[in-house]
Ligand binder design. Structure first.
Ligand code: 6PG
Length: 237
């Protein structure tokens, strides 16, 4: 686990964008799972602004770590957010964008997306392997769409599961721990004071850390990076 702590979310966005640009310098296909929510917005804006014209997007394939079960035009859609902040600004082939179809029946889509991963990603120990999985973390310690009240979904044998948001009841399709921990590299992007308590418990292995899905992120490769701003890192000793 490597902690990368920066002044504020702008610097997190700049530093992560440089990290990403460096990773994709190789000329081969690069498969990355994107996170949703609000944190990625500034990251995607900076990535497009700083590297939109220098990265060879033709070699990059975008997937999602989770998606809300809503149409791609819905304000809640992670895909819609990604189009607005990144995809609409870069020259990336349509066939390189592998969205989760939030508009379809959730269980059916979880099965379909399992196939998408199996068909497009290289397999290591019979598990589809991402080059990079980008994750956020909720104030409750959830990651992707694996929430504390459904932490058992993390351990599913399946690559994708249908989860339910604990407050809104909104259904989500999420990749599971099997996929996340099978990735070559995993990067958390976590900013803001609201995240500090859980970041502190998880990194310091204190309090109720064992109940948070974000605690379970431990890629077999050992390549786990936490991109944090000072506010989110406030409780780190
Ligand atoms: C989602 C995300 C989710 C998110 C966290 C943090 O679909 O909401 O994938 O895991 O990363 O909830 O969200 P914020 O960045 O909005 O705090």
């Amino acid at each position: 686990m490597e902690l990368k702590i920066y002044r504020d979310k702008q610097e997190v966005a700049e530093q992560f964008s440089s990290f990403f640009a460096d990773r994709v310098k190789s000329e081969r296909e690069y498969h990355v799972a994107l996170s949703g929510g609000s944190t990625p917005k500034i990251v995607f804006d900076v990535l497009a602004e700083k590297f939109g014209s220098s990265i060879n997007w033709r070699q990059i394939h975008f997937y999602w770590g989770d998606e809300r079960c809503v149409p791609p035009t819905d304000a809640d859609s992670n895909f819609k957010m990604t189009v607005e902040h990144l995809l609409a600004k870069i020259d990336i082939p349509y066939e390189n964008i592998h969205r989760i179809k939030g508009e379809d029946e959730p269980q059916k889509e979880a099965l379909r997306y399992t196939e998408v991963l199996a068909e497009n990603l290289p397999e290591v120990n019979e598990i589809p392997q991402f080059d990079l999985v980008i994750l956020g973390m909720g104030d409750d310690g959830h990651t992707a769409s694996i929430f504390p009240h459904e932490i058992h979904l993390w351990h599913s044998e399946k690559s994708c599961e249908v989860a339910v948001h604990p407050d809104s009841g909104q259904k989500r399709v999420s990749i599971t721990g099997k996929i996340i921990n099978g990735a070559k590299e995993v990067a958390f992007l976590v900013t803001g004071a609201g995240k500090a308590p859980k970041v502190g418990e998880i990194v310091n292995k204190s309090g109720n850390f064992q109940f948070y899905p974000a605690t379970l992120v431990a890629p077999k490769s050992g390549n786990l990076y936490w991109f944090l701003d000072e506010a989110a890192a406030a409780n780190l000793s």
